[in-house]
Design a protein around this ligand. Structure first.
Ligand code: ADE
Length: 419
């Protein structure tokens, strides 16, 4: 019997079909998997993953297993697990899964512990919770780990802080920072899946709404672009002058949150910081305002502060909690302030996760081949991996591109030719 803690193994059939559907749009990962089946680069390798348990993640887990890895996985967010996918991974693939959608915080960390009991030689994180748990609670495991990978911006920021403070006990490769990851997943993936989550949760019309995007990083850019595409009037808030300027030149209105709070119908935070929407903003919001978050952790909206200023709280729809303030306004929080694209929808579509998870698979192979040369630092994904994924993705889309002529190659590497 495969060790696991999942909602219900009987859901496996539904999970199997949905995984099959996702895999149809993951040609890059499929090619890598076909090679791994032959070459078995991960024979004898124990890997623990803390990722959103979705159909796309299932495709990655199968690819790693096909390469010979012994895999265990837990969720990287209490609300993002797709229970049928978890069931299929256990029943059909014999992969250890510790994840149940809606698990409470103690269960979330109990599952992480179970995943670490696997004694990983590689950790694969989305948000750095495995690394953080190993460093803070189970340091004895660190000596067994060759290296880890990190999927998301928030995790990379945490890990770079650990590197700066010289506390990092093993090397990490920042998969998020590969161009084939954040140019596409963070922008087009987050852009589409966040709108999808907000619409599934609320069934509200985007057209004509005042939509406030907090944060204009790659995720904020994608979200603002897609909200505008749906006809919303988009306001961007920022703390950094450079992306603020970019947002203005991209044609968005930029305001401080204190001003935007009075205007917005729908808010979404994508900053990676905490307390982005807080009491001073709730005080100014319109009756019926909708608040959501698509950043990694559920700290961007100060929900405890909203609770304190409310006289009533009720679940008005699935994924919508309505707070009535003491002055009688209704403020709605979507998905408990957790990643709305995964809480109320299905996360990024498979076609974009194809590149992100190809990055995870090839980076894992890179670690296995190169771990002896890696130090206790945060590394970027090698350029050749990025280029390979981009080329494979184009081929998968049946798109060809031009080649430099010999004269052009020579020109680009010369310095003496002018007008
Ligand atoms: N992060 C965002 N979307 C995702 C997905 N579909 N699967 C795994 N992780 C994700």
């Amino acid at each position: 019997m495969t060790k696991s803690d999942i909602k219900n193994p009987a859901l496996a059939e539904s999970g199997r079909l949905r995984i099959e559907w996702a895999r149809q749009n993951m040609p890059v990962l499929k090619q890598i998997e076909d090679r791994f089946i032959k070459e078995k680069p991960f024979q004898g390798l124990r890997l623990s993953a803390c990722l959103h348990v979705t159909t796309e993640t299932a495709a990655l887990m199968r690819t790693l297993k096909s390469g010979g890895a012994d895999v265990a996985i837990c969720a990287s967010n209490p609300l993002s697990t797709q229970d049928d996918v978890a069931a299929s991974l256990v029943v059909d693939d014999g992969i250890q899964v510790f994840a149940i959608k809606g698990e409470d915080n103690p269960t979330y960390y109990k599952h992480m512990d179970a995943c670490l009991d696997h004694h990983p030689m590689i950790t694969m994180d989305d948000g750095a919770d495995l690394v953080s748990t190993i460093h803070q609670k189970r340091p004895e495991l660190a000596t067994e780990v060759l290296a880890g990978t990190e999927e998301t911006t928030t995790g990379v920021i945490r890990l770079r802080s650990m590197e700066r403070d010289k506390v990092l006990k093993y090397p990490i490769v920042a998969v998020n920072d590969a161009q084939t990851k954040h140019f596409f997943d963070n922008r087009y993936g987050t852009g589409q899946s966040t709108i999808d989550g907000i619409i599934r949760a609320t069934n509200r019309l985007m057209a004509g709404s005042h939509f406030v995007v907090a944060g204009y990083g790659w995720c904020g850019k994608g979200l603002a672009m897609r909200a505008r595409g749906m006809g919303a009037q988009v306001i961007v808030t920022e703390v950094d002058p450079l992306p603020a300027l970019e947002a203005i030149m991209d044609g968005f209105r930029v305001l401080p949150m204190a001003e935007a709070a009075k205007i917005g119908d729908i808010f979404c935070t994508v900053t990676g910081n905490k307390g982005v929407l807080r009491k001073e903003h709730f005080d100014k919001m319109k009756d019926g305002a909708i608040l959501s978050n698509s950043g990694h952790f559920n700290v961007e909206i100060d929900i405890p502060a909203l609770e304190k200023m409310s006289r009533q709280q009720r679940q008005i729809r699935e994924f919508v909690t309505e707070y009535t303030t003491t002055d009688g306004r209704r403020i709605n929080i979507l998905g408990e302030g957790r990643l709305i694209n995964l809480a109320a929808a299905e996360g990024h579509p498979s076609s974009v996760m194809d590149m992100s998870f190809a990055g995870q698979a090839l980076t894992t192979e890179y670690i296995v081949k190169n771990y002896k040369t890696l130090e206790k630092r945060v590394y970027n994904v090698p350029r050749e991996i990025d280029e390979k994924i981009a080329a494979l993705k184009l081929a998968g889309m049946d798109v060809s591109i031009d080649r430099l002529t010999p004269e052009q190659s020579k020109y680009l590497s010369s310095w003496n030719e002018g007008t």
